[in-house]
Write a protein that binds this ligand. Structure first.
Ligand code: NI
Length: 175
């Protein structure tokens, strides 16, 4: 038996909490987010995934964890109150998935480069410019803090198709 708390369940769409806007992390939230961060990484690595936002585990805090695992090595990033400060005019399309929509993937078009400002785990202000997978991941996770899922970037037709397929696959799994 381990003393670690049980793994955090990841909420699955269309859970209402995934559509809510998260609120800024305040200094008085330190105990809450410090306890949450290792459990979010644990849930993300187990899934496995490369990013997880606090609303996906039922928290209202503007908090994101990311690890792109470059070269299979862990490189965890914690982003508190992340904000997109600038985006490129150039767009990029890549296939996205989401731990809250297990097994569902679609091409999503977003700005190719972003500049993001956030506080790190030590409370230091950070400015990060990103392109490629990290740029898409940052935008995807920050979207979660505003109640936006990757399917919300698709046409209604495509979104409905994915949501119906997800519901069907989850029903079949429960049989
Ligand atoms: Ni997601």
């Amino acid at each position: 038996m381990s003393d670690a708390p049980p793994s955090l369940p990841i909420l699955i769409a269309p859970h209402a909490s995934l559509k809510q806007r998260a609120r800024p992390v305040l200094p008085s939230d330190a105990a809450e987010w410090r306890a949450l961060v290792p459990r979010m990484f644990d849930a993300m690595y187990r899934a496995p995934g490369i990013g997880l936002a606090a609303p996906q585990v039922g928290s209202r805090l503007r908090l994101v964890v990311i690890d792109l695992m470059p070269g299979e090595k862990r490189e965890p990033m914690v982003l508190i109150n992340p904000e997109i400060m600038a985006v490129s005019a150039e767009q990029a399309t890549r296939e996205e998935g989401c731990l809250s929509l297990p097994g569902q993937y679609a091409d999503v078009t977003r700005p190719a480069e972003v500049r993001v400002r956030f506080l790190d785990e030590a409370g230091a202000k950070r400015d990060l410019s990103a392109e490629g997978l990290l740029a898409a991941c940052l935008q995807h996770e920050i979207d979660h803090l505003d109640g936006v899922l990757f399917v919300d970037h698709l046409s209604t037709l495509k979104r409905n198709m994915i949501m119906r397929r997800l519901a069907k696959e989850l029903r079949l799994k429960d049989l």
